[in-house]
Design a protein around this ligand. Sequence first.
Ligand SMILES: Cc1cc2nc3c(=O)[nH]c(=O)nc-3n(C[C@H](O)[C@H](O)[C@H](O)COP(=O)(O)OP(=O)(O)OC[C@H]3O[C@@H](n4cnc5c(N)ncnc54)[C@H](O)[C@@H]3O)c2cc1C
Length: 382
Amino acid sequence: MAIDFALGEEQRGFLDTVDRFIARHLPPAEVRRRDREHVPPYDLLPEMGEAGLLGLPVPEALGGLGRDWRDVALVQLALGRHAYMAASIFNRVIGFGAMSLLTYGSEAQRTALVPRLAQGRLLIALALTEPEAGTDAAAIRTRAERCEGGWRITGRKTWISDAGGADYMLVAVRTAPGSTGAEGVSVLLVPPTAPGIAMTRLAKVGNNAMPSWDIGFGGAVVPADALVGAEGRGFRHLMSTLHYSRASMAATVTGCAQAAVDLALAHARERRQFGRPIGSFQVLRHRLADMQMRVDQARLAVLHLAWAIATGAECRREAAQAKVIATECLQYVTDHGMQILASAGYAAESDMQRYWRDARLYSFGEGTNEIQRDIIAKELGL
Ligand SMILES: Cc1cc2nc3c(=O)[nH]c(=O)nc-3n(C[C@H](O)[C@H](O)[C@H](O)COP(=O)(O)OP(=O)(O)OC[C@H]3O[C@@H](n4cnc5c(N)ncnc54)[C@H](O)[C@@H]3O)c2cc1C
């Protein structure tokens, strides 16, 4: 679906900026190298900041451009299509870091940290998941007790993306002794380098440029002003920004899905068998038609959500829907993309195998699709 007709002058300008950034810093060979060598794009954050990309939804008073979420979605669709790893780190900085602080951070935290996020000089990871608290995130047991000098943290978090490269983690901890579920949880801003923290990098199937970490907290102490938001209301705070991170992820994976279709189309035009391009066989023509339709549907869901966020509408269902539609679209098109490229897609240097590996994460990362469907059903009154 071409959406050029819907773009204004400024939006075209943002997309030109993305094109220049990608051409300069993340051409295809560099994306492949970083994936192969497991090198995250943290070093490119200042360039993304300088180009104005990271400041898009940040208010002008805090050094950003003060644009609404429709512009963020367009930029993420473009980043996801050309350099998925850049879109992924953009999500961490904007969809999670900046929007969390802007939504429930104190004035002092917003003023000190958000401008640095917009400049690409700060990275904040989210540490919620624990070995025994995945889908049931409210079952977390990591606790923080008041002590001289602030809070003492004990427990363990796992599968925390980009924690090793982050300046801070927003860590969900239980601060009300004896509390259970969503009550009594708070959010603390914790530097991963604090004494008492042990980090182990996890080996995994894909998303090589987004390292994942297991983190042990053995009595790490952070100052009292590390508390973000109200004490005991941390779980609600985290839930209140989920639509931003789901919107970011949905746009990113939809961009990547379009890249997978582009690659499959190019291959179907060029590869000849039985004396004709394989794209002339009806089975592949229809498969490619289905793939492009799925991507266009995902893009509509992403833009629908972006529109809702931009206008301040309630969007719990739209966020869950966009997340499910986009992540299942990416799995669908990469699976069929592999089939169309066959051995050429299975080769280590093929972008298709990377898209296919990376795609597998997203139907359970950022809230499993089973839970998204529960949310949608609940919003439908069931
Ligand atoms: C690469 C990677 C990056 C990640 N990054 C982060 C991060 O940065 N920060 C962070 O905090 N976490 C992160 N996570 C954790 C991620 O959010 C969890 O993996 C996810 O929440 C699912 O938890 P789980 O893996 O423990 O699965 P489980 O909770 O064990 O679920 C297993 C299966 O059971 C299903 N299930 C569970 N409960 C229900 C139910 N009530 N109804 C129906 N089905 C159910 C699930 O949908 C799933 O299919 C990351 C994970 C990965 C793999």
